[in-house]
Write a new protein. Sequence first.
Length: 184
Amino acid sequence: MATDLKGKSIAFLVAPEGTEQVELTEPWHAVEHAGGQARLVSTQSGRIQGFHHLDKADHFDIDTTVDVSDHTEFDGLVLPGGVANPDFLRIQPKAVAFVKGFFDAGKPVAAICHAPWTLIEADVVRGRRLTSWPSLRTDLRNAAADWVDEEVVTCRNGPNTLVTSRKPDDLKAFCQAAVEIFKG
């Protein structure tokens, strides 16, 4: 196991249901493999239900909630995708504030697939270059982001470093870029 992230705690913010499981587990394993501590954050305590596209997959125990935690406890943030996950999170004021806190504090954030919907709601994409699942292109452009169709995009044009990717096929590049920004 590498120790690039030794002593670093990375938050993974997810909704109680609707998270694309592979977009949670692959970055989670990458953080742990690099020596970091991955912590699952949600809007309620208990367990979340992962999904393989539209099919229910595994359950995961939640470590903490947005009601009792904030960005000060973590060194970085991962936002997995899945259509329902960010759609739920973006209407939860405490979840949106949790995400915005990382940007305001200049901490690195990695978001994949549909996760930039939550970034739009937090009003943190204006002037940023990023990618996402293609159906978010218009939403991101309307929020004044520079949307591109690339495997992984690392944007340093803002208060923090932001890594984005489009889909599960991009996970290898996404995980490498995310670990790199979390190293600091």
